[in-house]
Design a protein around this ligand. Structure first.
Ligand SMILES: C[S@@+](CC[C@H](N)C(=O)[O-])C[C@H]1O[C@@H](n2cnc3c(N)ncnc32)[C@H](O)[C@@H]1O
Length: 213
């Protein structure tokens, strides 16, 4: 959930790892050049993503929904020298911007950008992943989950973003995105192959740990 108290949010941001300058610039560029800059993870969530990947000692990370690359860069910061992050974005208008961004910041060899629909690209990816960050189309979270589950190593972590959907999960809604998130949350709750917890930060992040295949 969003922090309603600005002073508390300022306090938190002043007492966690700072946002690197290159990410501050990315926030400014995203605000200037995109229609929905709020989609970007931001300082607190970005540092959390980096921390989760680091705690998992992740060497292979998969992201669904790159947008302007903020979360991909945060997670890539945690990678060891031989680590890699694959990120999938359906909007091909972002491709040139993202390739230049990753190159300028020294991540062109670690971050592999796939342009296209995640549901089609995931089955083509080889090998197992340690961490998957799901942040694509909310209507398709169940499909992404089914597709990535076989690609996640035992003990691996799926981080699903926006799982409280601004509180709309409590509503009897006809909105396709709300219904997509509600169905996803219900599915995760009944899947005995995983452990799960919802972290009520920002728009809700569900941490899903794979216990068995
Ligand atoms: C919330 S934004 C991602 C924000 C980014 N992860 C961050 O934290 O900075 C969601 C992105 O998912 C992309 N997207 C939507 N459906 C997709 C799909 N089926 N496959 C890949 N990307 C998709 C959208 O174009 C959008 O850029």
């Amino acid at each position: 959930m969003d922090l309603k108290d600005d002073n508390l949010e300022k306090y938190i941001l002043a007492h966690i790892d700072s946002e690197p300058d290159y990410l501050k610039k990315l926030v400014r560029d995203t605000n200037l050049h995109t229609l929905k800059p709020r989609m970007l993870s931001g300082h607190l969530q970005g540092r959390m993503l980096k921390m989760f990947c680091s705690m998992m000692s992740a060497k292979r990370i998969l992201e669904i929904g790159t947008f302007t690359g903020y979360s991909a860069l945060c997670m890539a910061e945690s990678l060891p020298e031989d680590g890699e992050l694959h990120t999938i974005e359906i909007n091909d208008e972002l491709e040139d911007f993202l390739l230049q961004l990753f190159d300028t910041n020294g991540y062109s060899s670690k971050i592999h950008l796939h342009i296209g629909d995640a549901s089609q690209i995931i089955p083509t990816l080889d090998g197992l992943f340690d961490v998957v960050f799901m942040d694509g189309n909310k209507r398709h979270y169940m499909d992404y989950y089914q597709a990535v589950f076989p690609k996640l190593r035992l003990g691996g972590l799926i981080i699903a973003d926006n799982t409280l959907w601004d509180g709309h999960v409590l509503e009897d809604s006809k909105d396709a995105q709300t219904i997509g998130i509600q169905k996803f949350n219900d599915l995760i709750m009944t899947d005995d192959r995983v452990e799960r917890v919802i972290v009520p930060v920002r728009d809700g992040m569900t941490l899903i740990k794979k216990k068995n295949n």
